[in-house]
Design a protein around this ligand. Structure first.
Ligand SMILES: C[S@@+](CC[C@H](N)C(=O)[O-])C[C@H]1O[C@@H](n2cnc3c(N)ncnc32)[C@H](O)[C@@H]1O
Length: 247
């Protein structure tokens, strides 16, 4: 039986990348530079302005930029809430997008066990585009296991490429807080998966692990939807969105 991999999707945020072959550009790990940004993100839209500012900092790869924007575009409506928490946030760009583009989001809390050097530069770039970002964003250094302790009920959780079991911890955190959740997992072989071997063999480890996560969320009262970002950015492109209906 054929194993199930995540299908690809078209670009929703940056539609200029649909239909043409950009080779390895869209998954490039090299720092985004100004000529590329000026060429591919030339408009006066807030999103293009931000990409050009980010390029000026020469600190984040185009892959990371596209990944965050395309993830954000697919989950923002379900996730927006007064408080959004980006777990295992790394550079923090995903959380910053919520602070910049979502009026309903009053606070963004970024959580990671360390702050990368790139964060200050990305934050500065985003504040130049939208000065309101500054008062919304807070970076908390600490382990994901303790993240829920200082978060209020109802906070939304997002997490992109929180490796293996860290995605499961992100889901646990959302369930504790009864908040909305969206994750894009990676490193499946290190997940806290209890999917039966037969399901893993038939559909592949990745699908089996995400099915297990889906059952866990549904058992906790969530409605779960799967979607994807374009595979040209990353093959680890499946998004699980869990919506907790209001009581
Ligand atoms: C693959 S990176 C993903 C970063 C970011 N979300 C992104 O998409 O670029 C995983 C992140 O998890 C963080 N991390 C690893 N173990 C952690 C833990 N126990 N608690 C909090 N953060 C952790 C790392 O420092 C790293 O920034």
């Amino acid at each position: 039986m054929a194993q199930m991999s995540a299908p690809s999707a078209s670009f929703k945020c940056f539609r200029q990348f649909n239909g043409a072959d950009f080779g390895a550009l869209l998954s490039s790990h090299s720092a985004l530079k100004q000529p590329i940004a000026d060429r591919h993100f030339p408009t006066a839209s807030l999103q293009d302005k931000l990409v050009r500012e980010l390029a000026g900092e020469r600190t984040i790869a185009i892959k990371e930029v596209l990944e965050c924007f395309e993830f954000f575009e697919r989950v923002r409506k379900e996730i927006r809430a007064p408080c959004v928490v980006d777990l295992c946030c790394g550079h923090g760009l995903l959380g910053i997008l919520f602070a910049l583009f979502e009026r309903r989001v009053e606070r963004v809390i970024l959580v990671d066990e360390r702050i990368p050097l790139s964060f200050d530069k990305l934050l500065a770039a985003s504040i130049r585009v939208g000065p309101w970002v500054e008062e919304k964003v807070e970076y908390r250094v600490g382990p994901i296991a303790a993240a829920h302790e200082r978060l209020g009920a109802g906070a939304s959780i997002v997490s992109v490429h929180a490796c293996g079991v860290l995605t499961d911890r992100s889901i646990d955190c959302a369930i504790r807080l009864e908040g909305q959740v969206a994750v894009m997992p990676c490193c499946y072989r290190r997940a806290a998966c209890e999917a039966p071997l037969a399901v893993q063999l038939a559909f592949g480890v990745e699908a089996a692990v995400d099915v297990d996560r889906t059952y866990r969320l549904e058992a906790a009262g969530y409605h779960v939807r799967w979607t994807h970002i374009p595979e040209q950015i990353t093959p680890k492109n499946r998004i699980l969105i869990g919506r907790k209906p209001k009581r």
